[in-house]
Design a protein around this ligand. Structure first.
Ligand code: LLP
Length: 400
């Protein structure tokens, strides 16, 4: 049981709280699902990039999937070894590519022919070889929210099978490119196993055709995307997930790489916010809280559902919207939910707030970002200080 009242008093609100024991449990259950094969879990840093979260995962043996050189540096700083770091993303700047090559990370995951050209050019300039994987777009509908679906040709991600094959052949003949991996990622918050299994089959078939050409791919990267329960979703069973991937890899000696973000941290996190007051517009009830869409944008951006509950307040419930102080009608955490009558200072907890919540927060309306706290074995500790006004203006002050 997390003592929300105690934590609110100690650290103030709005506040993010992460249960590190849950993070550990999730990491281990996924790692165990892959036990029958060589596997590498590369945690998707974008889900929650707090250095203490990364350090915890690094101690468990995790690698990192990064989408900017900033994330690569975070992973390294947290102690994740370079040989477990992948640099993905549809657009990388030259300086990011150069630094990734110089830092000698496991591989750069490339997503287009034009990117291949840049990487080859930069590696040649450095007179080094860049290890790469290619993100294949299997043209499969992941059946998730359109904004987080990435496996169709209409999405900007990856290259089609034919193009991928051409690029692997080109890589084989290049002095500066070493193709060691193959990758797909068809979307996030996936609750249906079939699109993943179908994609694995398509990409494994391509892998086999590359073996015939003597192109020796060592890493089969199945991306991330395992969905979690925000509400009452049926989720994918990890055992089935791993077994279905293994089935497509029969006879192939490859390390399976998996890039989970949400699965590891999503349900390990809580966002705690205080009630400022209640108001009614005609008969519509609003609970106004001190957290806003700048702190946690998923409901506004994707109409995503997060369970919102009152902390230790009982009483007769009635319908209300839970809204923040930001000047946007889209600034809400929940609509039409039942909550008891609340007064100033009562606490609400927004659940499943460990993934894509703090990392997508902003300073909109000149609001400092929330404090982050870890709980492990019943002990709490601050892992990121609340942003002050001075923090907000630091980079502008000297320009006045
Ligand atoms: N690998 C790649 C290449 C990715 O693009 C992503 C997520 C992951 C792994 C991790 O996916 P996960 O296991 O967390 O589903 N902001 C959105 C989610 C965007 C996901 C982007 N890519 C949200 O709040 O739902």
């Amino acid at each position: 049981m997390i003592k929300f009242n105690h934590l609110a008093k100690k650290y103030n609100t709005p506040l993010y709280i992460y249960n590190f024991n849950d993070i550990e449990k999730n990491y281990i259950s996924l790692k165990n699902a892959f036990v029958a094969r060589k596997s590498l879990i590369c945690y998707a840093v974008k889900a929650n990039s707090n250095l203490s979260v990364l350090k915890k995962l690094s101690q468990l043996g995790s690698g990192a999937d990064c989408v900017s050189i900033g994330e690569v540096k975070r992973a390294l700083k947290a102690g994740i070894p370079k040989y477990k770091i992948i640099f993905s993303g549809v657009g990388k700047r030259d300086d990011e590519i150069e630094e990734a090559i110089l830092r000698d990370i496991l591989m750069i995951n490339l997503e287009s022919e034009a990117e291949f050209d840049r990487i080859e050019l930069i590696a040649a300039k450095l007179n080094l070889t860049a290890r790469i994987s290619i993100r294949v777009n299997p043209n499969i509908d992941a059946k998730t929210h359109p904004y987080i679906s990435t496996g169709l040709n209409e999405n900007k991600f990856g290259v089609d099978i034919e193009k991928a094959k051409q690029l692997y052949i080109r890589a084989k003949n290049s002095k500066y490119i070493d193709p060691i991996g193959i990758h797909f990622h068809i979307g996030s918050q996936l609750t249906d196993l079939k699109p993943i299994t179908d994609s694995a089959k398509i990409v494994a078939k391509l892998l086999k055709s590359l073996k015939v050409l003597d192109i020796d791919i060592k890493f089969f990267d199945v991306g991330g995307g395992i969905g979690i329960q925000y509400d009452d979703e049926t989720t994918i069973k990890l055992y089935d997930y791993a077994q279905n991937i293994f089935a497509s890899l029969k006879g192939l000696d490859v390390t399976v790489v998996c890039e989970p973000g949400r699965y590891i941290v999503g349900n390990s996190g809580y966002f705690l916010t205080s009630v400022l007051y209640e108001k009614e517009n005609n008969s519509k009830r609003f609970v106004v809280v001190d957290g806003g869409m700048n702190d946690l944008i998923r409901p506004s951006l994707y109409k995503a559902y997060h369970k919102v509950e009152a902390v230790e307040v009982e009483g007769e419930v009635s319908r209300c919207d839970v809204v923040g102080p930001v000047c946007e009608s889209g600034d809400f955490f929940a609509k039409d939910i039942d909550l008891p009558k609340l007064k100033h200072g009562d606490l609400l907890v927004v659940k499943s707030a460990g993934a894509y919540c703090f990392t997508m927060s902003s300073n909109y309306n000149s609001r400092g970002r929330a404090c982050e706290v870890a709980i492990e074995d019943g002990v709490d500790r601050k892992i990121r200080a609340r942003e002050s006004f001075e923090d907000l203006i630091k980079l502008e002050k000297e320009c006045l």
